[in-house]
Design a binder for this molecule. Structure first.
Ligand code: CA
Length: 417
């Protein structure tokens, strides 16, 4: 299958993808639900207004909304059919829109004509800790290399409730956080700008179906509740974290900013890339057992771009398939106590690290707590992230002929206020 819109072989946005997002025209500030094919952003508000989706009877305001939540709330049986219809409209075999240049001029926008906005209104944000190599690395560094994993790790998908208000879309720059730290060489804590600012390479899923208080979701039904995924940079202030995290876990060291990619890639688009995860030993409790291949082969990278340089330094090359706990288990666990799930909630994976040091997903691990600095193309070195550095995460899945990508999650660190 190919599209009548020319798409480069290495484009994240092939006809097999059809992600959803919210775009805003740079010249008029009007926003709308959109998808993307190749270098074109497709205005779904216009597509619907022109009647291409008329048989779905979706009200126009759903496509003119500031967030995708109302669209997602239509339910997967509808949204996946809309996505299939969009694939049909833009595939080579369909001449309808392909031969209507007037309609094309209304619905197709060059990607540089729009800004991408935060795609969903996130009510609740949860951060898991589901990469066993990351948990092992952190445990080795801060506790004991011989007993790096805590006794609960292989039994329970560890997570905590994070801060939803500071999740931002790619391109949103932020100021270095300030806070309380206690350097090893002083008796009492000090206050000031974070000195160990770090990224965390994560993916996040977004729920598209709600539950009532008291209801639970089984691992075999979890897929029905997951609308799609984004790239997620869970920015972290390591020096603040080290001092504050005992005994309740991270707080201000994580809540100052997180960066996501703007296009929500549907679970349907990711199905061709399913793979088996690591065998879980010891066996998990029955409510966490699952059938089939539930990990996903998504290639991930992180690069740092220093101010004034035009050469990125790639510092990590990881993969979403390294997750010890899969999304279905995370959602089954999240709801097993009866906690209700809402449309637009976001669930991050936890830092994704592979076994090889080139696949570590944070500077904490890559530089091993600052003991192994990395050399930048401009001759400077990095233990953690400097002011005016831009961190760029990228993700894509690929088989022989199909490529489905996420684009970028990019943000620049501005000096502390
Ligand atoms: Ca995290």
């Amino acid at each position: 299958m190919t599209s009548w819109i020319q798409t480069a072989k290495d484009s994240d946005f092939s006809i097999f993808n059809i992600p959803f997002g919210i775009a805003q025209l740079k010249n008029s500030l009007k926003y709308f639900v959109a998808t993307r094919i190749g270098d074109y952003v497709i205005n779904l508000s216009e597509i619907n207004r022109l009647g291409y989706l008329s048989h779905f009877n979706i009200s126009q305001p759903v496509f003119d909304a500031r967030f995708l939540n109302d669209f997602i709330a239509l339910g997967k049986p509808v949204t996946s059919q809309v996505r299939n219809e969009l694939i049909n409209i833009f595939s080579d075999s369909n001449g309808n829109l392909a031969q209507n240049t007037l309609h094309q001029s209304l619905v197709m926008l060059a990607h540089h004509e729009v800004n991408m906005l935060m795609p969903v209104k996130v009510g609740n944000y949860t951060d898991f800790y589901s990469s066993i190599q990351h948990a092992t690395n952190v445990g080795s560094m801060f506790r004991d290399p011989k007993n790096a994993l805590l006794p609960n790790y292989r039994h329970i998908p560890i997570g905590y409730h994070g801060r939803a208000s500071s999740i931002t879309v790619s391109g949103t720059n932020f100021h270095r956080p300030k806070g309380q730290t206690k350097p090893a060489d002083v008796e009492t804590p000090v206050f000031g700008p974070c000195k160990q600012l770090d990224f965390e390479l994560e993916m996040a899923f977004i729920t598209g179906k709600a539950t009532n208080l008291g209801e639970t979701i089984t691992t075999d039904k979890a897929g029905e509740f997951i609308f799609g995924m984004v790239l997620f940079n869970d920015w972290s202030a390591r020096d603040i974290q080290t001092w504050e995290y005992v005994p309740l876990g991270p707080f201000l060291s994580k809540s100052f900013c997180s960066t996501i990619s703007p296009w929500v890639v549907t679970l349907e688009a990711l199905e061709p890339f399913r793979v088996a995860g690591e065998k879980q030993t010891p066996p998990v409790l029955p409510y966490l057992e699952f059938q089939g291949n539930l990990n996903i082969d998504i290639q991930l990278s992180v690069s740092i771009l220093a101010e004034g340089s035009d050469q990125e330094k790639q510092v990590s090359n990881s993969n979403y398939k390294y997750m010890y706990w899969n999304m279905n288990q995370q959602l089954a666990h999240h709801s097993v106590n009866g906690c209700n799930i809402e449309i637009g909630d976001m669930y991050a994976s936890g830092t994704i690290s592979g076994n090889d040091p080139s696949a570590y997903g944070s500077m904490l691990e890559i530089t091993w707590r600052g003991t192994k600095p990395i050399a930048m193309p401009d001759g400077s070195e990095r233990k953690f992230i400097h002011d005016k550095d831009t961190v760029i995460m990228r993700a894509f899945a690929q088989t022989n002929s199909i490529r489905v990508g996420f684009g970028e999650a990019r943000a620049k660190v501005l000096p502390a206020l």
